[in-house]
Design a protein around this ligand. Structure first.
Ligand SMILES: Nc1ncnc2c1ncn2[C@@H]1O[C@H](COP(=O)(O)OP(=O)(O)OP(=O)(O)O)[C@@H](O)[C@H]1O
Ligand SMILES: [Mg+2]
Length: 457
């Protein structure tokens, strides 16, 4: 498809008696007689033009095919716009995974499965866990952040020992493996036997023993020069380097806020729910509410990244070619932190990779954020369409202007004065910028501000 064909513009649609934002790929089609052998095009009806006399709609492939970003200051209408787009596409045979950071989308219906991490807020929500043993070792590194030359190696060694303690109970009396002054022979033999399970990125071990096992790992590598197969004495220096890590793990593993991860009890795992949703032909939207997940310890980014990586792996295996999947990220800055992504020890780059490669595998992102400056440049620059609600911050404006590429000064001047629900639609998939008023969704996100009149009376 040429660039010319990819672009969109407003053209009259005599059949409907109104004007649509129609990509050139289908410009001629509305005025052509419909051929019965071809089904009508699927369109996402977004709203109306500024004057309110014409409908504005877009083909899914143009609105979402190269990813879409909804940006704007708080109260501009981003969540309502996401709600509108989700409702529109759930009329089709679509699949959407919605990350609902603030728990605003509980009213969505029509083929929606509602999950909530940790605690269910209402009857239609199912509480789920994010068990640490379904996370990867790299995710645990991102959560516990072992640092310095000692903590990282001892942390990894302790995880491997605890996996072995489960696989070969003969090595362990109390769930941990004692090493100081012990022979390595049996340990090495069992380690060789289970090496593939131990090296697996998943974490089949009992995390309650991790603080103790890290301390067990703080030993001299051998007892004497002539005893290479016997571990040495406890090493006080290593132990002192690891004390902060041990304390951090103790606190976090027993924190009530993190029970959904470290004490998953009998709650179903989110990593079982996602494949079940993908296999269920009647379920169109999987909403994951993260309302009860704490902000501390980057749990949101780590969980979001972990699910996104799972979806990316499925996408690379061609899972979505016949039924494209859309990931919707409200408050995307909570999941796509620049600082975490750039950390070379544990990069959280799954959304960035989806932004870059997802299009080929029919895995797309629709994100919203009030802080475009916090979204990594290489993610933002992949967005084919921007829906820009009212935005006043100069820095955010210039970031969006740069990323969207085709936006004019004249259009940008309108952005700071847009009313709630009004937006400018621009981007490489859109020929000319369009100012539109987005139709409110049927089931509105619960995004009301405080009711001062009643509460403070
Ligand atoms: N399309 C719309 N039509 C009419 N009113 C709207 C529309 N979109 C938003 N509004 C009004 O603006 C309010 C805020 O909208 P919304 O919650 O979507 O903002 P937001 O940009 O997501 O804000 P935040 O960044 O704080 O989450 C809504 O409660 C509603 O009153
Ligand atoms: Mg919002």
């Amino acid at each position: 498809m040429t660039d010319q064909l990819e672009r969109g513009r407003i053209v009259p649609n005599p059949a409907a008696g109104h004007v649509r934002s129609t990509p050139s790929a289908s410009i001629a089609r509305p005025s052509r007689p419909q051929q019965h052998s071809h089904p009508a095009e699927l369109r996402i009806n977004l709203g109306q033009n500024e004057a309110g006399n014409h409908a504005v709609s877009a083909l899914p492939e143009h609105l979402l095919g190269r990813h879409c970003a909804v940006v704007g200051a708080t109260g501009g209408g981003k969540s309502w716009t996401l709600g509108r787009i989700i409702e529109e596409i759930s009329q089709f045979r679509s699949k959407v995974v919605l990350f609902d950071a603030a728990g605003e989308f509980g009213a969505l219906d029509n083929g929606v499965t509602h999950l909530s991490v940790g605690v269910a807020s209402s009857e239609n929500e199912k509480a789920v866990s994010v068990p640490y043993y379904h996370l990867r070792e790299s995710d645990l590194f991102a959560i516990f952040k072992p640092s310095g030359p000692s903590q990282g190696p001892k942390f990894r060694a302790a995880i491997h020992s605890l996996k072995l303690a489960l696989l070969a109970p003969i090595l362990s009396a109390d769930g941990t493996i004692l090493k100081a002054h012990r022979s390595k022979v049996e340990f090495e033999r069992e380690r060789a036997r289970f090496i593939s399970q131990i090296e697996s990125p998943y974490n089949e071990f009992d995390i309650r023993h991790l603080p103790q096992q890290i301390q067990n790992e703080c030993i001299d590598p051998q007892r004497s020069p002539t005893e290479p197969m016997v571990w040495g004495s406890p090493n006080g220096l290593d132990l002192s380097y690891c004390v902060p890590l041990v304390n951090r793990i103790q606190d976090m593993v027993h924190s009530p806020n993190l029970e959904a991860i470290f004490k998953p009890r009998r709650l179903p795992s989110i990593f079982d729910e996602v494949p079940a949703f993908l296999d269920d032909p009647d379920s169109k939207v999987l909403r994951i509410s993260l309302k009860h997940l704490p902000f501390e310890h980057n749990t949101r980014e780590i969980l979001g990244n972990s699910i996104a990586r799972h979806l990316l792996e499925l996408a690379r295996a061609s899972r979505f070619l016949k039924q494209p999947l859309l990931i919707v990220l409200d408050e995307a800055h909570q999941f796509l932190s620049k600082a975490l992504r750039d950390n070379e020890n544990f990069p959280l780059d799954a959304f960035g990779l989806i932004a870059k490669e997802g299009r080929k595998y029919a895995l797309n992102i629709l994100l919203s954020t009030q802080r475009p400056r916090d979204i990594p440049d290489d993610v933002l620059s992949q967005m084919g369409v921007f829906l820009i609600h009212r935005m006043t911050n100069d820095y955010d404006l210039s970031v969006v202007e740069r990323a969207s590429g085709v936006i004019s000064r004249e259009v940008m001047l309108k952005v700071p004065t847009l009313l709630p629900g009004h937006a400018v639609m621009v981007g490489v998939s859109i020929d000319e910028p369009i100012v539109l008023k987005v139709n409110p969704p049927k089931n509105r996100p619960d995004s009301r501000g405080p009711d001062f009149q009643n509460c403070w009376r």
